[in-house]
Ligand binder design. Structure first.
Ligand SMILES: C[S@@+](CC[C@H](N)C(=O)[O-])C[C@H]1O[C@@H](n2cnc3c(N)ncnc32)[C@H](O)[C@@H]1O
Length: 212
């Protein structure tokens, strides 16, 4: 069950109209969240090639408001400390924020060119596929996905019983990799509870197992 919190971080003017419901990544996002068979080796190779190609210019896509939804999720969503596993960490935009909050951060990404550009000081960088995380069951106090694909079974597997999933879309429903909070909840195996809200241009939710 999700509780929606009122917005406290205002939406700045001139939100970029970056992507809508027809964006090709939107279809992939939904498919992999609701059907594990939707993530094939061919698709993984295509997505890796896409993001390797975008890596050099990735930092030009950031804005001063980019991390405000993550900051809000961390402070009002009730996520804890300990080991944070960030999947789809890219060039480390969010890793910097997570490093201040958690005692250890593992930044995982499929695209090596993205990882190469991420600062080493913020977290251990590991090339890995979110559909097959090289991590033991129940090891993570938090799994963080910022504009990243949701592989629900893997998230549930690596999260500790009381761990939190932190899902952020920095441009809300204009983010190419976007799911509304209710769909994140629906995609996860079992019963989950948590909060969701809007902040700056983005949306977020933080979910934990209902019966750990
Ligand atoms: C839209 S970018 C977001 C990057 C970063 N979180 C940010 O907000 O700047 C999505 C990232 O997810 C990575 N990615 C895509 N599919 C993945 C997968 N199956 N496993 C791990 N990372 C993946 C991409 O390489 C890319 O770096």
């Amino acid at each position: 069950m999700l509780r929606e919190l009122p917005r406290v971080v205002p939406a700045p003017p001139d939100k970029p109209e970056f992507a809508g419901p027809d964006h090709p990544m939107r279809k992939v996002t939904r498919q992999v969240a609701f059907d594990p068979a939707g993530w094939t080796p061919e698709r993984a190779a295509k997505v890796a090639a896409l993001f390797n190609g975008l890596a050099a210019e990735w930092q030009t896509r950031t804005s001063e408001h980019r991390n405000e939804p993550l900051d809000d999720a961390l402070s009002r969503g009730g996520a804890g400390s300990g080991l944070c596993v960030e999947v789809g960490s890219g060039t480390g935009n969010a890793t910097r924020v997570l490093a201040k909050r958690f005692s250890r951060v593992l930044a995982l990404d499929l695209a090596i060119e993205m990882l190469r550009r991420a600062p080493a000081a913020d977290g251990a960088r590991v090339q890995a596929d979110g559909a097959h995380l090289p991590l033991p069951d129940g090891c993570a106090d938090a799994v963080v996905l910022v504009n990243a694909l949701l592989f629900p079974d893997e998230v549930a597997r690596v999260l500790a019983p009381n761990g939190s999933l932190i899902w952020v879309n920095t441009l809300g429903d204009r983010t190419p990799i976007h799911l509304p909070a209710a769909d994140v909840d629906r995609a996860l195996p079992g019963e989950w509870t948590g909060t969701s809200s809007e902040a700056a241009w983005g949306t977020w939710c933080v979910l934990e197992r209902e019966n750990p």
